[in-house]
Design a protein around this ligand. Structure first.
Ligand code: HEC
Length: 133
């Protein structure tokens, strides 16, 4: 894909993400007062805040390992992901939770979009795992 096209797509993706986030927040707001729902939302937010790197390793081995080396920077189909804990992604972007999660959701440049392929929990776990590499 051309760099320019990809940039355009990224813009659209981030707009779509912002929109769905706004909608989710609106939804959470409308559920205020419903204690059970609120507790559930809080629990989900907590789970989202800290994925389990141990479980993430299993997700990685099942879904990401075919294209990414976890223990070297050497390219397979995608770039080796070793060194993310030092703070930078292979693209040069910051290796933050949000950037990696966005990358996992959207894919691109040869990487499949995992938005619908992994549960939110699996995504959080795999993000937590790759941040330890
Ligand atoms: C079919 C192969 C394939 C699979 C499966 C795959 N990726 Fe990728 N991934 C790629 C390619 C190719 C790139 C480079 C994209 C680019 O340069 O634009 C990439 C890039 C990345 C990057 C670097 C992004 C950056 O900004 O530098 C991360 C992090 C990543 N993938 C994580 C994952 C995780 C986590 C999984 C499993 C859930 C996964 N990938 C599954 C092919 C894959």
């Amino acid at each position: 894909m051309l760099q320019e096209e990809w940039k355009g797509m990224k813009k659209i993706i981030s707009m779509a993400l912002a929109l769905s986030l706004a909608m989710t927040m609106g939804f959470a707001q409308s559920q205020k007062g419903n204690k059970k729902k609120t507790e559930k939302t809080e629990k989900a937010a907590k789970a989202a805040a800290k994925g389990d790197p141990e479980k993430g390793k299993e997700v990685f081995e099942g879904k990401c390992n075919i294209c990414h080396n976890p223990d070297s920077k050497e390219k397979k189909i995608g770039p080796g992901l070793q060194g993310l804990k030092d703070g930078k992604l292979p693209s040069g972007k910051d290796a933050t939770h949000d950037n990696i999660l966005a990358n996992v959701n959207a894919g691109g440049g040869g990487m499949p979009a995992f938005k619908e392929l992994l549960t939110d929990e699996e995504k959080e776990d795999v993000v937590a795992y790759v941040m330890t590499l």
